[in-house]
Design a protein around this ligand. Structure first.
Ligand code: DGI
Ligand code: FE
Ligand code: FE
Length: 198
């Protein structure tokens, strides 16, 4: 089967599962991932598939996400138990493999960790993490214009800036914080030598 056909088939499938807004975001992440792959000399096809599939489990409600994890022996942390939407990355990686036939571990890992990030991410993990935040239809985060520019100048700086903003927003809203998000933020703070940042 021809690869571009695969992408169109996946798009058609996702379009039926997702709301119009979510589908526009999905396509935005697909193309933004490819743009970042161009900039950072990464495989365009892998970036395209990872971006396209990153939210493929987002249409499931909390109950379904928890049930799918139980059924497939996917570990659920205490924070995920309280905020099950955090599981859409783990379940997304499962669906990418089972429903969409993706075997590439790098792609699956980029889907799995796209919400919290993880320390020392691969280029593809960073590409999807950043693309998810800066794609064209996103408009709520502050400093998006600067952040979009920064993403194409220094991807580690962009990852760190996004994590800092996310943690600030979660604290302000009194949300449960997943330790993965904190540990990842600290990893990139140290990597970039920002010992003084909060
Ligand atoms: O699925 P999307 O909306 O496209 O984006 P996403 O998968 O990055 O999810 C974004 C949400 O996840 C956003 O509201 C912030 C939230 N999030 C990120 N890290 C954490 C978190 N939520 C909690 N409760 N804890 C975290 O550590
Ligand atoms: Fe997501
Ligand atoms: Fe997303």
């Amino acid at each position: 089967m021809n690869t571009s056909m695969d992408v169109v088939e996946i798009q058609n499938h996702l379009k039926k599962k997702q709301s119009e807004r979510r589908f526009i975001h999905t396509i935005g992440v697909q193309y933004t991932s490819m743009c970042l792959a161009m900039k950072y000399s990464y495989d365009l096809k892998k970036a395209e598939l990872a971006g396209l599939l990153h939210d493929c489990a987002k249409y499931l409600d909390a109950d379904k996400l928890l049930k799918t994890c139980h059924k497939n022996n996917i570990e659920i942390t205490q924070v995920e138990q309280k905020s099950p939407y955090l599981l859409h990355g783990k379940v997304g990686a499962l669906f990418a493999k089972k429903k969409y036939g993706i075997d590439d571990e790098e792609i699956l890992s980029a889907i799995r960790y796209h919400t919290t990030g993880k320390p020392d991410m691969t280029m593809l993990e960073k590409i999807v993490f950043v693309a998810d935040y800066i794609e064209p239809s996103r408009n709520s985060a502050p400093n998006l214009e600067d952040l979009r520019k920064l993403s194409f100048e220094n991807i580690d700086e962009a990852v760190y800036a996004i994590l800092k903003q996310t943690l600030f927003y979660l604290k302000k809203k009194n949300q449960n914080i997943d330790q993965h998000t904190v540990v990842t933020c600290n990893f990139y703070r140290d990597l970039l030598g920002r010992k003084d940042d909060e």
